[in-house]
Design a protein around this ligand. Structure first.
Ligand SMILES: Cc1cc2nc3c(=O)[nH]c(=O)nc-3n(C[C@H](O)[C@H](O)[C@H](O)COP(=O)(O)OP(=O)(O)OC[C@H]3O[C@@H](n4cnc5c(N)ncnc54)[C@H](O)[C@@H]3O)c2cc1C
Length: 324
């Protein structure tokens, strides 16, 4: 058991945490990144990434994250194989975080970059066909289904937005919903119902995904009618599970303000939480954009604000030591 002290403690090693680390290290903050159970974050569970700026050719998500980590380490970041199980924020800076194995991390500033996880249906074929036809992000993967037949599963705002987004690429978008009406905002529903490329299959529950990961991937989605019990397979080249996301904020429950969906609330347009010196970036505070590039952007903002906070803190410490 050891205590690790730093000017900038970062929880999470996805694009947000590692971008914060790169900026923090280059500002002399000697950051520590605690990586958590998914080193590299969500992009490590995908394959092709075609929308991260700077790469003309398709790159692989895990490779991109290895490069980000290598860059963060190269400029002076310390990476820790640990998971934070508790934080102490109420007495202000320095903030303390407690690792799974008993280590303590103490940061003059704290950057929270714990991300979010897409919610999955948990049915057969979903995992096996993940990245081979089954996805949870139309903005990320919709482009790969240009001119093809796709389905979206869900009935809230996310599902309707994903379906509308997919009409940019696909002439044949089917929304599968287990009820007979959507929860999505009316204005979104109106746009969806008016779109000629979209049809809705109501009262249908997904039983499993159909296809072979080794030969061509997804071919369809097996559903049961929740009223009649009738079973059928809806042919599809791509299936987008859009039943929401779960931000990783259990640690901060009762310690920071969370919104109704569990995302950390920040001052609009900034990564600042209500506690001076504590910043949140990436998917853990952003339920709207949820992209690697936006996570990296807010990670940069968090590091810049953390550095400014630290500079003010240092100045008051120097004044106090000098008795001014
Ligand atoms: C299948 C899939 C494909 C995607 N494709 C694309 C794409 O093509 N382009 C794109 O721009 N975006 C894509 N995204 C979205 C993108 O991955 C996310 O927007 C981005 O990863 C968010 O970054 P983040 O750093 O905020 O969080 P995450 O990537 O979620 O990282 C969170 C980090 O926090 C750590 N953590 C969590 N809890 C703790 C804890 N208690 N202690 C320590 N560490 C903790 C985790 O281990 C992880 O390292 C995709 C997402 C998925 C799921």
């Amino acid at each position: 058991m050891a205590t690790h002290k730093t000017r900038m403690l970062i929880i999470g090693s996805g694009p947000a945490g590692l971008s914060a680390a790169i900026y923090g290290a280059r500002a002399g903050m000697e950051p520590i990144v605690v990586q958590g159970l998914q080193p590299g974050g969500q992009l490590t569970i995908t394959t092709d990434v075609e929308n991260y700026p700077g790469f003309r050719d398709v790159i692989q998500g895990p490779w991109l994250m290895q490069e980000m980590e290598a860059q963060a380490v190269h400029v002076g970041t310390r990476m820790m194989w640990d998971t934070i199980v508790e934080v102490a924020l109420s007495s202000g800076s320095p903030f303390r975080a407690f690792g799974d194995g008993g280590d303590i991390y103490e940061g003059d500033t704290l950057v929270i970059a714990t991300g979010a996880q897409a919610k999955w249906l948990g049915v057969g074929g979903e995992q096996e066909l993940g990245g081979k036809g089954v996805s949870a992000c139309a903005t990320c993967d919709g482009f790969f289904y240009r001119g093809k037949k796709v389905v979206v599963i869900g009935g809230g705002n996310t599902a309707v937005e994903e379906a509308l987004y997919l009409t940019n690429h696909s002439p044949d978008v089917t929304v599968i919903h287990r009820r007979d009406s959507f929860r999505a905002e009316k204005i979104l529903q109106d746009r969806l119902f008016a779109h000629p490329a979209v049809k809705v299959v109501w009262n249908s529950q997904v039983d499993h995904f159909v296809g072979d990961p080794a030969s061509g991937g997804l071919t369809g989605v097996a559903v049961s009618d929740t009223v009649t019990g009738e079973k059928s397979v809806i042919p599809a080249d791509g299936a987008f599970v859009a039943i929401g996301h779960a931000p990783a904020t259990e640690l901060f429950n009762g310690k920071l303000e969370l919104d109704a969906n569990g995302y950390i609330v920040v001052e609009p347009g900034t990564p600042k939480t209500a506690i001076p010196g504590v910043f949140a970036c990436g998917d853990v505070m952003d339920h709207t954009y949820r992209q690697a590039v936006t996570a990296a952007g807010t990670g940069c903002m968090a590091a810049l604000d953390a550095e400014r906070f630290f500079a003010t803190l240092e100045f008051s410490r120097v004044k106090e030591a000098a008795g001014v």
